[in-house]
Design a protein around this ligand. Structure first.
Ligand code: C2E
Ligand code: MG
Ligand code: MG
Ligand code: MG
Length: 288
């Protein structure tokens, strides 16, 4: 009986692995097919000047709009695209769509795009991004590239040369998700970042968790001493917003200002005549 049980267990385990492998393979196949099918699209999250309340631009966030699987968030397909070598083409095709769209907006509005650590191993990355700018006519001065610290470990000198080329073109560079992972203050010196983004995990919990609050103030202080402006992500309410303003964070984003939007929703937002940010709108409501 023990032997039979054992065998059953073994074959159950094997079947489980097989099922997982099969669903992964089918996901990989679906991703491959979805690229030429135009199922990967840019979503946009508002980035707000925390001092004036003005809309500064948007962070572009990738979404998979699958007729079969529904709306898929990036965490479900970016890792597979990275492991299978599809991330470069996938990313460039979504960024291209974002540039084509954003070119028609108010020329003050910027877009920030996320670049995977895998892409930062490509010596041609800077050239590819510049090629997109030339082809779409989107100005370099309106583009910010977000990279995470984990990108910098494998090959710092390549990352430095890519970042150098991008900056020479007038593209700005932000250090994304600062405070998570292998944060090292040395990285802040190794690369000429134009901006540091505080990860949403600290920001959204700053009133529930003393450590989060301490980390947010420490990063804000660091930004002030190094003279690098800070963007806070994950602003979910008014209390967080006020605290971040007091700490001197210059820019912010989060569900308090709005969820990521598709192209139609952005067009709709931008076409509203009295396009006023939430903070100012609220101030007006309370003063009348
Ligand atoms: P990220 O760069 O840190 O992007 C911010 C994420 O926080 C987004 O999730 C956004 O929807 C979410 N978020 C924004 N405000 C709030 C808030 O107030 N509360 C909460 N709880 N969450 C908020 P999303 O779109 O699921 O993206 C997750 C991550 O996927 C991004 O993190 C980014 O690292 C990656 N990603 C997204 N698009 C791309 C892409 O095109 N290429 C690459 N390489 N990575 C991407
Ligand atoms: Mg980002
Ligand atoms: Mg981030
Ligand atoms: Mg983050």
């Amino acid at each position: 009986a023990a032997k039979k049980n054992g065998r059953n267990c073994y074959s159950w385990f094997e079947n489980g692995m097989e099922t997982e492998l099969r669903s992964r393979n089918s996901l990989e196949g679906d991703i491959r097919a979805a690229i030429p099918n135009d199922e990967f699209v840019p979503y946009f999250e508002q980035q707000i000047d925390l001092v004036t309340g003005d809309l500064m631009g948007f962070e572009m966030l990738a979404r998979w709009v699958s007729p079969v699987r529904g709306l898929i968030p990036p965490d479900d397909f970016i890792p597979i695209a990275e492991e299978t070598g599809m991330i470069g083409d996938l990313s460039m095709s979504i960024i291209r769509k974002a540039m084509v769209e954003a070119k028609n907006w108010d020329p003050k509005l910027t877009i920030s795009v996320n670049i995977s650590p895998v892409q930062l191993k490509d010596p041609w990355l800077a050239q590819k991004i510049v090629k997109l700018l030339v082809e779409t006519g989107f100005p370099a001065s309106r583009l910010e590239v977000e990279i995470t610290e984990s990108s910098l470990f494998k090959n710092l000198s390549l990352a430095q040369s890519i970042v150098g080329s991008l900056k020479n073109q007038g593209i700005r560079i932000a250090l994304d998700d600062f405070g998570t992972g292998y944060s090292s203050l040395a990285h802040l010196r190794a690369l000429p970042f134009d901006r540091i983004k505080i990860d949403r995990s600290f920001v959204s919990s700053m009133f529930d968790n003393a450590e989060s609050a301490a980390i947010v103030s420490a990063i804000a202080g660091l930004g002030a001493s190094l003279d690098v402006p800070i963007t806070a992500e994950g602003i979910e309410n008014d209390n967080i917003l006020s605290r971040l303003r007091a700490l001197g964070c210059s820019k912010g984003q989060g569900w308090y200002f709005g969820q990521p939007m598709n192209i139609d929703q952005v067009r709709n937002l931008l076409s509203q005549k009295d396009l006023l940010p939430a903070r100012r709108r609220q101030a007006e409501v309370t003063s009348t």
